[in-house]
Write a protein that binds this ligand. Sequence first.
Ligand SMILES: Nc1ncnc2c1ncn2[C@@H]1O[C@H](COP(=O)(O)OP(=O)(O)OP(=O)(O)O)[C@@H](O)[C@H]1O
Ligand SMILES: [Mg+2]
Length: 495
Amino acid sequence: MSLPREIAELWSAGTPIVYLVTGEEERGVAACREAARAFEATAAVWSAHRGLEPLAPSARDPLDLLDAVLQAPAPLLAVLLDFHLELQRSAVARKLRDLAPRLSAEGRCLAVVAPRLVLPDGLAHEAAVLRLPLPSDAELGTVLDAAAAHAGAAPDAAARHRAVGAALGLGEAQARRAFLRALRADPALGARGFAAVVQEKVRILARDLGLELVESAERPEDLGGLEGFKAWMAERALAFAPDARRFGLPAPRGVLLLGVQGCGKSLASKVAATQLGVPLVRLDLPRVLGAGEGAEENLARALEAAEVNAPMALWVDEIEKAFAGSGPGQGGDARAARLLGAFSTWLQERRRPVFVVATANDVTRLPPELLRRGRFDELFFVDLPDLEARKAILAVHLRRRGRDPERFDLQALAQLCADYSGAELEQVVVGGLHRAYALGRELETQDLRRVAQDLVPLYRTYEENIKALREWARGRARTAGREGAVVELFRRAGG
Ligand SMILES: Nc1ncnc2c1ncn2[C@@H]1O[C@H](COP(=O)(O)OP(=O)(O)OP(=O)(O)O)[C@@H](O)[C@H]1O
Ligand SMILES: [Mg+2]
């Protein structure tokens, strides 16, 4: 249902207050005006600065405003700007509560258009809360046409279509600015104009919504070990294509990678996006949730923007840090719990193909809500690499630095590097290169061996934590490495 229709229906059902949450005031007001037109009702707009226009410009005080609304001829839709600030005054909230029954009985309705939801408890029953959705393709098309007319440009149909697609996820005013800028640079909206729209969108989404495009080209062969994960991803990638939907397969929803530091969780997230063949967008949750009162609205907007830009892989790195303290036993506050609830619901109910890749190190801080069925398709445990994986990781990093792995005794090195993480194996290669360079010759196995012997792996310090993590993961998570590798590690760890 369109938003104006929804407003009109709430109104005719006797709702005295419609609360429209949006950062786009102009669009919100336009939707209210359209609802009033459908009703053949008067629409008036109130602000503390201009009073109730056009009916009672002198009614600047919110208490006077409420009187003016009651005196104006019905049906009337009064659109109130910045009223979330006024509602914090107890006299205003009280008066509104007292008048609510009369408002609805007489065909008057108040529409609060505000960037965030601030509703005193006493008014929760009187108000219906709506969110203004992001502009659709069609609305953005209208914005583009107006911008083009303004700039005296006339992009062809194909260029128009591409530019509109590139702007999805932006608000109307943001899209208008992006289009104007692009049209100025390239009136035909060719490759240069298209790139300008994309660039502007990437900038705005990162700045306002904590959604950053991650430029990465990591391929499965850049990730050593984690064979189980890569094979599972390859299968899911097939199911991510539109053909699979027609075949009747549900869209893959996402994966949670849990495990030991420096073993490739972040790297695996990038590889997953490559395997799916979609862009990788990082959601900076701590930033989104750190917005205080506006956090819920921020989260909703970021998730909505992700969906309109589907297909994509949405990467939530170190998810437990964002929601730390939200659980009941964790001294968490109600707001953090609500945010976690909103995120979990979205994980389960999102409609568009947004594949979520989340990572976590610390299971003790991971809210159990995230582990329930239906949130992620699979939970993978990323352990320290086994012998085969260590050889593969050393080979990846030698190759990455232009060395042929065949020239080195990887078997012996990997044996020497038991309990080393992927990051530490990378350090062995880099350290070896330093050593060889200082000695003025080509890299040899002995350089790698020397560095490996001197390195103290984190495992020495965190053995207990890592064992506890393994214990937790047993039976809960699938192994990201080779099947069977876990058994081997347990035996070594005496588990
Ligand atoms: N399996 C692997 N294959 C190849 N390189 C790896 C692997 N694991 C780790 N590395 C190297 O170590 C670096 C750090 O790994 P990464 O950031 O992916 O680990 P992480 O599990 O996300 O660690 P943290 O928990 O500290 O965030 C990678 O950029 C990569 O160069
Ligand atoms: Mg990481």
